[in-house]
Write a protein of this length. Structure first.
Length: 221
């Protein structure tokens, strides 16, 4: 099954995608992580994406769609974390999958009010090698500042500074929120909504329950 994770920055998409990957063998494909890898390796795509990401703006659709065409080759059980993010990307994804006789059966919407996002993002720490996510209040590492598995130092993302977060939230409402209607369109009704403001374990339970129900109802496995 190919699942789209939709929601504002800091809603918990990455946290829940990593959990589903570990528990059920889905593969998480995060466009943000892929772009950060391109930046680190200073590829042409990474260099082109850099200024957009630093401002908290979206990277142009043509670059993202080209990158995802390669990533989606031969995949089956996948969580698309952060893609699509515009109507043009959603249409391109549907076309790419149609060409392989596949489709997006469901889009999981992480519903949460904007005022909770700032604290989540400014308190986030990540392990750059694995992209494991922590929070200084809500998901503390065993030793503050260090990864639980490797013991390596954690870092904060440059785009988690308050001014950039504010722009990312505004960009979400303008460019990405219209996808809620795209996936909730009456002929397909692919939208599944979860309350992302609850504690992470409760969000996880709601996701598991709704995905099970959705898979049974749609015949998707
Ligand atoms: P990207 O890396 O995708 O960032 P994002 O969508 O803004 O999402 P985040 O990773 O910030 O948040 P999340 O929802 O995954 O939250 P998390 O689980 O970490 O994109 C970065 C940039 O790349 C974009 O700005 C853009 O420039 C570019 N880009 C990427 N995709 C693109 C595309 N398709 N098109 C164009 N440009 C693109 O959780 C956040 C924090 O909260 C963590 O600390 C976590 O521990 C904590 N937390 C999680 N759940 C809970 C909970 N339930 N309660 C309390 N705390 C929680």
């Amino acid at each position: 099954m190919i699942l789209v994770f939709l929601g504002p920055p800091g809603a918990g998409k990455g946290t829940q995608a990593q959990r589903l990957e570990k528990l059920y063998g889905y593969r998480q494909i995060s466009t943000g992580d892929l772009l950060r890898r391109h930046r680190r390796d200073q590829t042409p795509l990474g260099q082109q994406a850099q200024s957009y990401m630093d401002r908290g703006d979206l990277v142009p659709d043509n670059l993202i769609i080209e990158m995802m065409e390669g990533e989606l080759e031969g995949v089956s059980d996948v969580i698309l974390d952060g893609f699509p993010r515009t109507t043009a990307q959603a249409q391109a994804l549907d076309a790419m999958l149609r060409a392989k006789s596949k489709s997006v059966p469901g889009a999981l919407l992480f519903s949460i009010d904007d005022d909770e996002l700032m604290e989540r993002l400014t308190g986030r720490w990540i392990h750059p090698g694995s992209n494991r996510v922590y929070h200084e209040r809500f998901a503390k590492p065993k030793n503050a500042g260090f990864d639980d598995v490797t013991g390596e130092p954690l870092i904060q993302r440059p785009d988690d500074m308050p001014e950039t977060v504010a722009n990312r939230i505004a960009v979400y409402h303008k460019e990405t929120a219209p996808l809620v209607d795209y996936y909730d369109e009456p002929s397909s009704r692919r939208l599944i909504s979860v309350d992302a403001s609850a504690p992470a374990d409760d969000v996880a339970k709601e996701i598991d329950q709704k995905l099970r129900h959705f898979a049974n109802a749609s015949g998707a496995a």
